[in-house]
Design a binder for this molecule. Structure first.
Ligand code: AAL
Length: 440
């Protein structure tokens, strides 16, 4: 109801802007426009005259977002976080990690989630110190495990879904960062398959963290999983934007086809970290491919680990860190051309969302209200690097209306701000500059 009213206001407003523009050359209308411009903007949105002159910011409010007020914006939310029950992290000694959760699906009356699971003799020690049993990074020497839950808060770890296959099959070193697809009553896990410790520098590609994306399928979410053992999303050619890496496959179903969004990026992926993370789209008729890359790729210009779900007739994306449009929620009505729908804060990281209609392909996505996020540096100790899973709740659903989740003034503890302190070098640069200025 509320949305209809707002859409009506938006429509009226757009029409009025168009009408206003078309009439710009007639002197009669110019007089009206002039008359309107001497009046302040009315206090009620409904009272704004069709030809009232607007600043760029106000035009943007009506034209660029779902709704001008956060409270009415179905694609705005803040996020609440809850610790999970049921996962053991070996007292946070860095030897056990769970990260990069998949989407969550509900089958047989319970929720299922898959994730990167590492249980190694030591914490990650960098690729120079990696051995057959010592991991380089948090996602090295990992397997894909799964867990189930009745309520989404307490989870029961069920064990391995996709083990590391024997050498030389893709992923013999590590399998990580899986996402789930349900298609025609079969289940498909797409994931990254490493044949070297992640972090190893690949001279040919001038990049770290190289691995192909492959897939395993099963008749049941409990497995057994059958590996395809081939690359499903091919790397781009040299000089193409997605030549260096293909990461974070995220499958959905649209118009009877499999849509996989994946991360790659422009520029060198070396230690200077000057690369530009961006997202591509690859489409196939069948889960095993062949996947054809969209000619407008990349379709998103930001996001390290982007979370996607069907929304209305289009697809929405939670764009977390990295890139010019980080911390935004975006929407692509045509599943290709993304626009910013809102800007928000404290977003989940690399989360797996529970989108009940993720694979329904009914052009009427409701949205999401929860999922599991990962939290890197879980023990606040980079020398014992591990990641844990936690739950987030939000209101990005058309059916749910929780005004408390539409607030933007989230109070964070002061110590969080002061934990973002200056380095010694920054402090002395600032002090030196002050001293020079005082002398002058
Ligand atoms: C994640 C993802 C991919 C990367 C690594 C593990 O956040 O982007 O999965 O390879 O980091």
């Amino acid at each position: 109801m509320k949305t209809c009213k707002l859409n009506a206001i938006k429509l009226l407003f757009c029409i009025s802007l168009i009408v206003g523009c078309n009439n710009e050359n007639t002197s009669e209308k110019n007089e009206t426009k002039h008359a309107a411009s001497t009046t302040s903007l009315p206090i009620y949105i409904k009272d704004i005259p069709s030809n009232h002159p607007l600043s760029s910011a106000m035009k943007r409010s009506f034209n660029n977002y779902e709704a001008p007020r956060l409270l009415d914006n179905e694609l705005y939310t803040n996020f609440k976080y809850t610790e999970l029950e049921g996962f053991n992290y070996n007292n946070g000694d860095g030897t056990v990690s769970r990260r990069d959760p998949s989407k969550i699906i509900k089958e047989n009356g319970q929720y299922y989630i898959w994730y990167t699971h590492r249980n190694t003799q030591t914490e990650p020690r960098g690729f120079k110190n990696a051995t057959d049993v010592v991991p380089s990074t948090d996602w090295d020497l990992a397997e894909i495990w799964y867990a189930t839950s009745k309520d989404g808060f307490t989870w029961k770890e069920q064990g391995v879904a996709i083990p590391r296959p024997p050498k030389p099959n893709p992923g013999w070193r590590s399998v990580a960062t899986a996402d789930i697809l349900k298609f025609k009553n079969k289940y498909y896990l797409y994931y990254q398959a490493f044949d070297a410790p992640s972090g190893t520098y690949d001279k040919k590609r001038d990049a770290y963290d190289i691995c192909p994306v492959t897939m395993s399928w099963a008749d049941s979410p409990d497995g057994p999983w059958h590996p395809l053992n081939t690359v499903v999303i091919p790397f781009g050619n040299e000089n193409e934007w997605d030549y260096r890496v293909i990461h974070d496959p995220n499958p959905l179903v649209h118009d009877g086809k499999i849509y996989i969004y994946y991360k790659s990026g422009l520029d060198k992926r070396d230690a200077n970290r000057k690369f530009w993370d961006a997202w591509g789209l690859a489409i196939a008729d069948k889960p095993e491919g062949p996947f054809v890359k969209h000619k407008l790729n990349p379709v998103m210009n930001s996001g390290h680990e982007t979370m996607l779900f069907p929304f209305k007739e289009g697809v929405a994306a939670i764009v977390n860190t990295d890139g010019i449009e980080h911390y935004t929620i975006q929407y692509a009505k045509d599943w290709v051309n993304f626009e910013i729908a809102s800007v928000t804060q404290l977003l989940p990281t690399a989360a797996g969302v529970y989108a009940p209609d993720a694979f329904d392909d009914d052009h009427d996505g409701d949205g999401i209200t929860w999922g599991l996020s990962h939290f890197i540096n879980a023990g606040d100790n980079w020398n014992k690097m591990y990641t844990k899973l936690g739950r987030f709740d939000c209101d990005l659903s058309q059916k749910v209306n929780d005004p408390s989740l539409k607030k933007s003034n989230i109070l964070l503890p002061n110590k969080l701000y002061f934990s973002q302190g200056l380095t010694k070098e920054q402090r002395s640069r600032i002090v030196n500059r002050e001293q020079i200025q005082t002398k002058n």
